[in-house]
Design a protein around this ligand. Structure first.
Ligand SMILES: Nc1nc2c(ncn2[C@@H]2O[C@H](COP(=O)(O)OP(=O)(O)O)[C@@H](O)[C@H]2O)c(=O)[nH]1
Ligand SMILES: [Mg+2]
Length: 459
């Protein structure tokens, strides 16, 4: 399919036990023959080796040994790209891997673009576009739940449903187009009723898929949760408790946290980025003012607010201000310092608006598990139908499905309103194409570029 051969280091750059260099394309074996010297009596050149075998030997360049390696010979078509593939495990460390790669490039391969191996896997028909995206999801997954979802998508669970939806719409389209070809025959009222029903079924199926977008987003990108509250309420202490290690400096001196600190924790399977902010009160010096500016910036991007209060002090106008400022966002009130005598009385309009977790002590860790439950319950709707449990669409799928839904709705209206069948078919065709974009049945170079450029080199 391609006439050039690509190569890249597939492991992260840095020092480690092993690094893997990957080669794919029609000249893979030829390139391997040029750089690899097999060691041992029964050894063979890569081009003479059976598929899916591993060989011990040396990589040599200009007569000099670069490294001792294991070389895997994987012949088309049973490979990731469906092309001849060589994988070389060399010593870890930036230099050995780089020198092995250099000699491969000298022998006739070219450096792969980011995601190019996966792009070839897609273009050769080995995986579809949703599955290719799942490869990236898998690499980037930060919790087991995200990993499970990525694996299901890679196995084709989402693709099956999308293909089913597209087939259904195509059958309806074929039916309508058949009537365009025979203009004398009207669609009988009976048949039309059935077509309308099938279009409606298609739309409810799209709605079901669209409902998984929120969860899909959370699993892939995580949610941002900002910790806000008065100085000394215990924001940094809470961050440390939620992360399970001492990340932020805790001190009784107000204004200790001057910068925003962000770190990800796994909360009941969800990746949550916690943000510890500098207090939002008037800054006394330049550094504090800058800290406050940054706090406001990251607060604007947060989806969840953990508003922390000091139970040993009364509710103050400052607390009220924080509460009012974030009224538009999902919030949880966290009443800290429950190990001290309680003076905090929350006004009713405050408790009525968001969940309150009392009895937290960031000193002893009491109540932290209850807070984790509350976070999960608030952001994870959990209203996904069981059949969709492991199908979680991403924002690209959401956008394409949105367009498909619009087009299908227009089809439905046009058919009901007795519009000309050409018009009906035109809208439905748009819908079918939009659904096809999800699995890559309809694509453009731009779309592929934008998807695969997000991959790392060597994947
Ligand atoms: N007694 C008690 N002290 C706490 C608790 N949480 C935090 N503190 C103390 O309150 C002070 C301020 O805490 P810190 O996390 O730095 O607050 P921040 O300014 O909101 O980030 C520190 O001296 C903490 O040790 C708690 O649950 N109980
Ligand atoms: Mg702090």
């Amino acid at each position: 399919m391609f006439d050039d051969t690509i190569a890249a280091i597939a492991t992260p750059l840095g020092e480690g036990g092993l690094a893997v260099v990957r080669v794919s394309g029609p000249q893979s074996l030829e390139v391997a023959d040029k750089i690899f010297q097999p060691v041992g009596e029964k050894s063979v050149k890569p081009s003479g080796a059976p598929t899916h075998t591993i060989h011990f030997g040396k990589i040599v360049r200009d007569g000099k040994k670069i490294d001792e390696v294991l070389l895997a010979v994987l012949r088309a078509p049973r490979t990731f790209t469906r092309e001849d593939t060589i994988e070389i495990s060399c010593h870890g460390g930036i230099l050995p891997a780089k020198l092995v790669l250099d000699s491969i490039l000298q022998a006739g391969a070219r450096l792969a673009e980011p995601g190019e191996f996966t792009r070839r896997a897609f273009l050769s028909g080995r995986i579809d576009l949703a599955q290719a995206e799942a490869v990236a999801d898998l690499i980037h997954s930060r919790t087991e739940l995200a990993l499970v979802a990525a694996n299901e998508q890679l196995a084709g669970k989402l693709s099956q449903r999308i293909n089913q939806l597209r087939d259904d719409l195509m059958k309806i389209l074929a039916h309508i187009e058949a009537h365009i070809d025979f203009p004398d025959e009207d669609i009988s009222p009976d048949t039309k009723e059935k077509l309308l029903q099938r279009l409606e079924d298609g739309i409810s199926f799209m709605d079901e898929l669209l409902r998984t977008a929120n969860e899909g987003q959370i699993l892939r990108r995580g949610i941002r949760a900002a910790i806000v509250g008065r100085p000394n309420a215990g924001k940094s202490s809470l961050l440390n408790q939620l992360l399970g290690h001492d990340r932020a400096i805790v001190s009784p001196i107000a204004g200790t946290t001057r910068d925003t600190i962000e770190e990800t924790a796994n909360i009941r399977g969800l990746p949550v980025v916690f943000i510890d902010t500098a207090g939002l009160r008037e800054g006394r010096d330049e550094i504090e003012v800058e800290g406050i500016r940054r706090s406001r910036e990251s607060l604007a991007k947060a989806e969840l607010i953990l508003h922390i209060l000091d139970s040993s002090k009364p509710f103050t106008p400052d607390d009220e201000k924080y509460f009012a400022e974030f009224a538009g966002k999902k919030s949880i009130l966290v009443c800290n310092k429950s190990d001290q005598s309680r003076k905090l009385i929350l006004p009713q309009e405050v408790t009525a608006r968001c969940p309150v977790i009392t009895d937290i002590s960031c000193l002893s860790g009491q109540g932290i598990e209850a807070l984790k439950d509350a976070i999960k319950n608030l952001v994870w709707a959990g209203k996904i139908e069981s059949g969709m449990l492991h199908v979680m669409i991403n924002s690209r799928h959401q956008e394409a499905l949105g367009r498909a839904r619009e087009a299908t709705l227009r089809t439905l209206d046009a058919l009901r309103a007795q519009a000309t069948l050409e018009l009906v078919a035109l809208d439905l065709r748009i819908g079918v194409n939009a659904v096809g974009e999800i699995v890559g049945k309809t694509t453009t170079e731009d779309l592929l570029d934008s998807i695969f450029s997000q991959f790392c080199i060597g994947k």
